[in-house]
Design a protein around this ligand. Structure first.
Ligand code: KG4
Length: 324
């Protein structure tokens, strides 16, 4: 019988993580994050980082969980979306371990991982989810067998916008936390606010903020960039609540670590009699446990996978959810 013990690898963008869970209990969550010395991510370096770190991270996770590799009963890995070179490292390691241990292997959606770890950690039952990370920005709600995307970015994820702006301003990657800190003493400057129905677009605001680096104070730009992007997101989440009649909002993904975003969503939720659930910081950024939790739910629902190919464009709403 399946003993609910599970190992997972995950690496969608710049994180190599291993999470071990025993049913819904987290036994360990260990990760290494690749940070480019200068500029953006270099795929060759990213692959090198993941390969170099894999053994150390796996051993640490097993030690922290206080189990042996042979105790693992199911393997899950992030099959997408994400950068193919990074996904392929995780897939190859997962396939090797599944063969060696002779256990099932579950290709898992990175995005659904963010939703499921958020629900597990906060107790949210049926939320409208705001999933905000480097590469993704989506407003999601479960209906008729799938997590449906009600709205999303038409260009880049909000985290990438922060990282890109920060780079242009000479700040080190990741930019989000630095922008949050600088915004605390900033003042308001008008910036492009682009909401199209349920979708948002961030490329105009990013270009505008970068242009203004020559003339405006960095603190004011950070404050206004954050306020404008988060107001756009709060507006679309409020509309999703109204459409779906749901009464919970779940905030998840790397940008969920931002206190100002939590505050703005909380105010909106209170005004409409809804409740905000924000994933704890340890599980907001990419991590192995998000894959373990989502993969385990698929496994317990009896889903079997022959095909373990990666899918760089795998969408949240492409995945049938048999367990809800
Ligand atoms: O989910 P995640 O770990 O992986 C990606 O999809 O890349 O998210 C990373 C993103 C980065 O863009 C980073 O700048 C952003 O999350 N981030 C933040 C904060 N902490 C991390 N953005 C705003 N405020 C923060 N405190």
């Amino acid at each position: 019988m399946f003993g609910h013990r599970k190992y997972c690898t995950l690496n969608s963008r710049n994180t190599f993580g291993v999470g071990i869970i025993d049913d819904s209990k987290i036994l360990s969550n260990v990760k290494a994050v690749y940070v480019p010395l200068k500029g953006g991510i270099i795929p060759r370096e990213l692959v090198g980082h993941h390969c170099d770190k894999a053994k150390e991270i796996l051993e640490k996770a097993l030690k922290e969980a206080n189990i042996k590799l042979s105790d693992i009963e199911v393997i899950a890995f992030s099959a997408g979306p994400g950068m193919p070179p990074a996904l392929k490292v995780g897939a190859a390691i997962a396939r090797y371990l599944a063969l060696k241990l002779n256990v099932p292997i579950i290709p898992t959606s990175h995005c659904i991982g963010h939703i499921e770890i958020g629900k597990l950690m906060t107790g949210a039952k049926d939320p409208v989810t705001l999933y905000v990370s480097g590469g993704n920005t989506q407003t999601i709600a479960f209906t008729e067998g799938r997590y449906r995307v009600f709205g999303e970015t038409q260009d880049q994820g909000v985290g990438n916008i922060f990282d890109h702006f920060a780079r242009e301003a000479g700040l080190q990657h990741p930019g989000g936390p630095k922008i949050e800190a600088l915004a605390k003493t900033g003042k308001w400057i008008e910036m492009p606010y682009v909401v199209k129905g349920m979708d948002v677009s961030f490329s105009g605001i990013m270009t505008n903020a970068i242009k203004k680096l020559k003339t405006e104070k960095l603190e004011d730009l950070c404050y206004s960039l954050q306020e404008t992007c988060f107001a756009m997101l709060t507006e679309t989440v409020e509309r999703a609540l109204a459409h779906t009649d749901k009464t919970e909002v779940l905030l998840t993904g790397g940008v969920a670590a931002n206190s100002r975003l939590k505050e703005m969503l909380d105010i909106m939720c209170k005004e409409r009699g809804a409740k905000l659930f924000a994933v704890p910081r340890e599980f907001s950024g990419d991590n192995g446990c998000q894959i373990a939790v989502a993969g385990l739910m698929m496994h317990k629902a009896g889903v079997k996978f022959e095909d373990t190919k990666i899918n760089r464009f795998w969408r949240t709403d492409d995945v049938d959810i048999p367990y809800l």
